[in-house]
Design a protein around this ligand. Structure first.
Ligand code: KMH
Ligand code: ZN
Length: 277
């Protein structure tokens, strides 16, 4: 079994900077957190950007600038979110790929998202997948519900394998409206990976809010990888706010080391995921 791939999702689109001052929202803050997280053991950064008022944005210039800045200052695999926020339209989400990241997220279906709906029509998913194949961008398929597993099987069957040929998925658990964030659910997803997806498919898992730790330990127990970050969790423990994304990456790296699967380097991660040179 290989070591552990650690993805950091430092910002997201939902957390309010006014309520969480440690949230990185400017380019300088993003670069600073990225460097610290790489040092702590992360190999992928899942990026959402904010505008000057700390609101989520898919502005193409900011996206290109962020990709360039992260490449200049770190060796992290840069994964842009095509999920954006629940208010972003399909055209802007597809245009994210023009910033030429190494990877991008690709959510495998529509899901209730708190009081909102995170819309992912089949035609949109297929178009996103085709564009990633054309642009040599490796997808991370985001699975919020068990039905997203057979949906991905169908996508691969109809549209072919992703760029590079390796399939990597991420279980996003504990979203109100999606699958629960507990060990039994991670087990169900891990079994679903074996049932529906090609041999050799790798998975990571993240649990929102207080589901972070059970999901982390269950993923390690199943040979899975980890995603952590302030997009998903802003409290480190009961009544203890997260001080920075590196704190979450350090804890994930320590758990991975205890599980005898230490964090892998960015070089190893690139080889595993077959991102372009
Ligand atoms: N912000 C959520 C609505 C992704 O990054 O691709 C979607 C999300 C998934 O975070
Ligand atoms: Zn995201």
């Amino acid at each position: 079994m290989t070591g552990t791939l650690i993805t950091v999702a430092p910002t997201g689109a939902e957390v309010d900077k006014a309520e969480v001052p440690a949230l990185p929202v400017t380019l300088d803050e993003l670069v600073d957190t990225a460097k610290r997280c790489e040092q702590a053991g992360a190999s992928i950064i899942h990026v959402h950007l904010r505008d000057d008022d700390a609101r989520p944005t898919l502005d193409p210039v900011r996206l290109r600038d962020a990709v360039a800045a992260l490449r200049d200052t770190t060796d992290l695999i840069v994964q842009l979110s095509t999920g954006g926020s629940v208010r972003d339209g399909e055209a802007a989400r597809l245009a994210v790929l023009d910033a030429e990241p190494d990877m991008a997220s690709c959510t495998m279906g529509t899901v209730n998202f708190g009081d909102d709906v995170f819309m992912n029509r089949w035609a949109f998913i297929a178009e996103l997948h085709r564009r990633m194949q054309e642009k040599a961008v490796v997808p991370e398929y985001e699975l919020f519900d068990l039905g997203h597993l057979p949906a991905l099987e169908r996508l691969l069957d109809k549209e072919g394998l992703p760029f590079g040929g390796h399939v990597h998925v991420d279980f996003v658990l504990g979203v109100p409206g999606g699958a629960a964030g507990d060990a039994a659910t991670v087990t169900a997803f891990a079994e679903g990976v074996r049932r529906y997806l090609p041999e050799g498919t790798t998975f990571s898992a993240t649990g929102i809010g207080r589901t972070t730790l059970p999901v982390m330990f269950a993923s390690l127990a199943h040979g899975g990888h980890l995603r952590v970050g302030m997009e998903d969790t802003v409290s480190f423990a009961r009544r203890q706010a997260v001080t920075g994304n590196d704190q979450l990456v350090e804890r994930a790296a320590a758990a991975a080391a205890l599980a005898q699967r230490p964090a892998i380097s960015t070089v190893e991660a690139r080889k595993l995921l077959r991102t372009r040179d």
